[in-house]
Design a protein around this ligand. Structure first.
Ligand code: GCW
Length: 714
């Protein structure tokens, strides 16, 4: 296997220097199989650069020493590949002793790491675990070879950690090559054909494995005509991608169109209960597995924003999902069925329809009717990836269904990779939200996070029963992968939170900084770290301050969704309204007087959100319509809060921009990267001012209430 390092592509969090600690040491890799080969190649390449050595014992070879009679510094071994060097045997025995007779095995993707007698040992039951263990050692760097450490058991909290690419094969006339993509073209497709640039796909797989992702969907959930054919006659294109990602333990999934039996199979119907339709799915799926034996499964957006679905045949979404699930089941595949179903042709005059309610209204009653290999993929908020939304009530409403939570790594509504907006703090809040209050499970548990090393899920589920975490990818063919170089941190954080949801976002940022910026650590690395934390830790809240206030959402330019337009969606069919008038603003979603959405939550949240006094400030306008002079829990009035946060938000962007300036010429970051971020910060500042002025002017004009500080509002 040849490892690929594209010359003009930024290495993101895997620059060669990140492997210095490993590359300068003597390593034994013990085990066989393709993923173990990947581990060995990684170590070999690092050693070629930094002077270390790697040895691969054959099964009948043993020993604790290199051929030159020196001890190993690092042993990476499959637990069943024995006999292992004495120190690894000891670590294994110690791990078994600690976990006790009923404790967990190391697990499919897990690993144990320890350091004893000057040797760092990584043990895994499966090769994928060894690969994750290797990248853990990379993350630790030099400290991996420092003080002794007792066996630590790491395993992913979520069984499936998937990135969905909204990449089109053909350039879509409105959405382009990548729908909501802000990092150039697709890394998979160009102008109707595969790019052929498979080295880049391989490099992508490597980056993903190093942050914990293990599944990728290669085409947009909006399946257009050309893309539909990936399932049948263009399956070879998918197989080529799968071949590049496989060495990094990443499985390929496909977005499939629900009408495929008609569109591709020429059948008169796609009715999920029709025998010919079932047969068509079964046969098509069998062919997929003949070509890609480790294929992950399908992702389906049905009856949503114009995509076909079971409603056309009078069937429900359990009928729809189950026909695909049955086709996949013999091969161990899963169908990710999206819960993003709502009426996008609503009459704005109709106050009884509430888009926030839609997913729960459609899906809650179907709980228990889905096959085991159906994963209901639920957007984290009830509307659509806004900067601030409550957690979707669907996540708590489906105890008998596997639920995956979908996050948007691509920054459609959070600055489109022109603004710095580190999203891990938002995701961490989502994952930590406890729908039944402090004593109940968190969202991360419901999505499958039992096996996270911090105990069993409180709801008693066995590890890995949940659906996992899904992110809409922010990657394109841009030299920095993500357009904004600092948006790489979001991709990295997505993988790390899917692996370990309780990790502090600031700690994840530290990991990312240390890996990404090692190469030019000629400058003041601690200074760089401080600057990046100041710029990024609170950047999501900063973004929230200068955009739509208090959970109101949208207020973006229709279509492309960049920049402010307070009434842009107010009189459209999309169901995203704020109802501002001269007296007040917000959506009444209470049971008492509004749409009743608050009733979709279990207590305590059904009561907390219902109550004007108890509803958290940041979600007030999501749940209530209030007068401008309404006093928030924080003490300020709604209108004064709007003015204050918008002035502060812009000041914070200005500060970030000046801070970045202090890094110019210091050598802490490469000059080209510095220049790219500088330009983007100029744009962020411009855009933030535009947001501030439009929002403030709009609400001043509506309310007539002046700013108590008398600041200029145009
Ligand atoms: O946020 C919206 C986007 C659409 C997207 C849709 C979805 C892929 O504006 O571009 O379509 O969500 O999640 O399906």
């Amino acid at each position: 296997m040849t490892l690929f390092e594209p010359a003009d592509i930024h290495p993101a969090w895997l620059p060669p220097e990140a492997f210095r600690a490993i590359g300068s040491r003597r390593t034994l890799v013990r085990g066989d199989g393709p993923l173990v080969d990947t581990v060995r190649e990684e170590v070999k390449r690092a050693c070629a650069r930094y002077g270390g050595g790697v040895r691969h014992h054959t099964p009948d070879e043993t020993g604790d020493q290199t051929a030159a009679g020196e001890p190993f510094d690092l042993v990476l071994a499959l637990s069943a590949a024995g006999p292992l060097p004495a120190v690894a045997e000891m670590v294994q025995a110690e791990f078994r002793r600690r976990r006790g007779p009923t404790g967990h095995a190391i697990g499919d993707e897990g690993f144990v790491i320890a350091r004893s007698g000057g040797v760092t040992v990584v043990l895994a039951d499966e090769a994928a675990g060894l690969l994750h263990g290797l990248f853990h050692v990379v993350r630790l760097g030099e400290p991996a070879f420092g003080a002794a450490r007792p066996p630590e058991h790491h395993r992913p909290a979520m069984p499936r950690r998937m990135l969905d690419h909204w990449d089109n094969v053909d350039v879509h006339p409105v959405m382009g090559q990548v729908e909501r993509g802000y990092a150039g073209g697709s890394i998979f497709w160009r102008d109707g054909a595969p790019r052929g640039d498979l080295g880049r796909v391989r490099a992508y797989g490597r980056l993903l494995a190093a942050c914990g992702v293990n599944a990728v969907t290669v085409n947009n959930v909006n399946v257009h005509t050309t893309e539909a054919h990936l399932l049948t006659d263009r399956l070879g294109d998918v197989a080529a991608i799968a071949a590049e990602l496989r060495p990094y333990g990443i499985r390929v999934h496909l977005s499939a169109g629900f009408a495929s039996p008609v569109v591709l199979g020429g059948l008169p119907t796609a009715d999920p209960l029709d025998e010919d339709v079932r047969k068509w799915w079964a046969e098509a799926t069998e062919r997929v597995y003949e070509t890609i034996p480790d294929f992950g499964g399908y992702v389906v957006k049905a009856d949503s924003e114009g995509q076909p679905g079971p409603f056309a045949y009078g069937r429900d979404h359990a009928d729809g999902a189950n026909v695909l699930a049955d086709a996949l089941a013999p091969f161990g595949g899963v169908v990710h069925w999206r819960a993003f179903v709502y009426n996008h042709r609503q009459d704005w005059r109709d106050r009884s329809t509430d888009r926030a309610r839609a997913a729960h209204d459609h899906f809650a009653r179907l709980d228990g009717l889905f096959r085991d290999n159906v994963i209901l993929q639920v957007k984290h908020g009830p509307i659509d990836f806004q900067t601030r939304e409550p957690v979707s009530p669907v996540v708590a409403a489906m105890p008998a269904t596997r639920v995956a939570v979908e996050l948007q790594v691509t920054q459609e509504y959070t600055g489109q990779q022109r603004h710095v907006c580190y999203l891990a703090p938002m995701w961490s809040e989502v994952l930590g939200f406890r729908p039944w209050g402090p004593a109940g499970p968190a969202v991360a548990h419901l999505a499958g996070a039992a096996a996270d090393g911090d105990g069993e899920a409180p709801d008693g589920r066995a590890p890995g029963e949940g659906g996992g975490l899904v992110g809409v990818s922010n990657v394109g063919d841009d030299a920095y992968w993500t357009g904004h170089p600092l948006a790489q941190a979001n991709l990295y954080a997505f993988g790390r939170l899917a692996w370990a949801p309780w990790t502090d976002p600031a700690a994840i940022l530290d990991e990312w900084i240390d890996l990404t910026f090692v190469p030019v650590a000629t400058g003041d690395h601690e200074g760089l770290r401080r600057v990046l934390h100041t710029m990024m830790d609170g950047s999501w809240r900063t973004y929230e301050r200068y955009t739509a206030p208090l959970g109101a959402g949208f207020m973006v330019r229709p279509g492309h969704h960049y920049g402010p337009d307070v009434d842009g969606y107010e009189y459209t069919p999309w169901g995203t309204y704020h109802f501002a008038d001269r007296d007040g603003v917000g959506v009444d979603r209470t049971r008492a007087t509004g749409t009743g959405f608050t009733g979709q939550y279990p207590p305590p949240w059904s009561q907390v959100y219902e109550s004007l006094e108890r509803c958290p400030d940041e979600l007030l306008l999501f749940f209530h319509h209030v007068p401008y002079e309404h006093v928030l829990r924080g003490g300020s009035t709604v209108i004064q809060h709007i003015y204050d946060t918008h002035f502060t938000g812009v000041e914070q962007v200005a500060e970030a921009r000046s801070l970045w300036e202090t890094l110019a010429g210091t050598g802490s970051v490469p000059a080209a990267l510095h220049a790219r971020v500088k330009d983007l910060l100029d744009e962020q500042f411009r855009c933030a001012r535009e947001w501030r002025d439009q929002i403030n002017a709009y609400f001043l004009r509506k309310s007539g209430v002046p700013d108590v500080h008398g600041r200029h509002i145009p």
